[in-house]
Design a binder for this molecule. Structure first.
Ligand SMILES: Cc1ncc(COP(=O)(O)O)c(C=O)c1O
Length: 329
């Protein structure tokens, strides 16, 4: 199936550099001594430092512009990559961006927060208030000065955003075919769930039967499996894909979520330094560092084995490295 046919005319603002590269990680595979590991480089989507959210934002901002929005509002953690990419994409589309971030704000603006400022985002700290409530107030404030606001949910994870990852799966399968590689397993970080849900909807649309494993990074308190399953089916519905996503297809590994969201442990530190030293490849401390730590552990304990081909979907997030500088080395 063609990507254009899958997206069947959903409004889309083209911003990402696509297709992102697909290549093997030879030295890592050799060092792990198990499966052949490849990487899909969505850290290289380009705009504003890259990352997975740009794919979603192409469709979300397409929808925002179709609704005549002048302002986009979204939410996330202080070091949210989603918020940073939203402000970059909004700048590119000539829209104002308001970011409602958790907490009270650090003394020093570094990493993603520094970039949010450069992209001209209006930052609001939610403090002890619900970000949803603050976003609704900001939308009302915008309306009172004659600006139409478009609210993007946490992580851009609704059916419109996730649809971009169904398209991304089609992109991957086309590249894999050209490269002559058939993947047995796909591993991806899972935060608010939209990326995984979209990939599963794409897999259903394509009849692709490989295992798709989401590594829970601890962003949601509970119910992630249900969130992903429901969203995958909503996404299939939006894309008019008749094959739904069976509950058994949602495989989320929660073993690495325990330290909590954004907590850097020895496991992430090891994964980040190993990839940097073997491949010159940068992971991030919150998502891809944890997902790669999970993949490496699965090889160590024999859950991923020699003879398999494993795709690691790199979802970006490197600007956060600078905010963790004191804990990384
Ligand atoms: C670098 C990175 N990887 C993975 C994810 C997870 O994506 P999702 O929220 O769609 O599960 C995010 C979300 O913010 C991210 O910033």
């Amino acid at each position: 199936m063609q990507i254009e046919a899958l997206l069947h005319g959903l409004p889309r603002e083209r911003m990402a550099l696509l297709p992102t590269p697909l290549h093997p990680l030879r030295r890592l595979s050799e060092a792990l001594g198990g499966p052949e590991v490849w990487v899909k480089r969505d850290d290289l989507t380009g705009l504003g430092g890259g990352g997975n959210k740009l794919r979603k934002l192409e469709l979300l901002l397409g929808d925002a512009l179709r609704h005549g929005a002048q302002t986009v509002i979204t939410t996330g953690a202080g070091q949210s990559n989603h918020a940073r990419q939203t402000s970059a994409a909004a700048a590119r589309c000539g829209l104002r961006s308001v970011l409602v971030l958790d907490g009270v704000g650090p003394a020093q603006r570094n990493g993603n927060l520094l970039l949010d400022g450069l992209f001209g985002a209006d930052l609001r700290w939610a403090g002890d208030r619900s970000p949803q409530q603050v976003m609704a107030e900001v939308a009302a404030e915008e309306a009172s000065v004659g600006r139409r606001a478009y609210v993007i949910p946490l992580g851009g994870s609704n059916a419109i955003g996730a649809a971009a990852y169904a398209a991304a799966l089609v992109e991957l399968l086309r590249q894999a075919e050209v490269a002559g590689v058939a993947f047995d397993v796909l591993v991806v970080a899972c935060g608010s769930g939209g990326t995984l849900a979209g990939l599963l909807a794409g897999a259903a649309a394509q009849g692709w039967g490989a295992r798709v494993i989401g590594i829970d990074v601890g962003a949601l308190d509970d119910g992630l499996d249900t969130v992903v399953h429901e969203l995958a089916n909503l996404t299939s519905g939006l894309l008019r894909v008749r094959t739904g996503v069976a509950p058994g297809r949602v495989q989320i590994d929660h073993r690495w979520a325990t330290p909590g969201y954004g907590v850097l442990t020895t496991a992430e530190r090891e994964a980040i330094t190993l990839l940097a030293r073997l491949e010159g490849l940068l992971l991030d401390p919150v998502y891809t560092g944890r997902a790669m730590a999970g993949l490496m552990e699965m090889v160590r304990i024999g859950e991923l084995v020699a003879g398999q081909r494993v795709l690691f979907w790199h979802t970006g997030g490197q600007p956060a490295l600078y905010a963790y500088a004191d804990r990384l080395l």
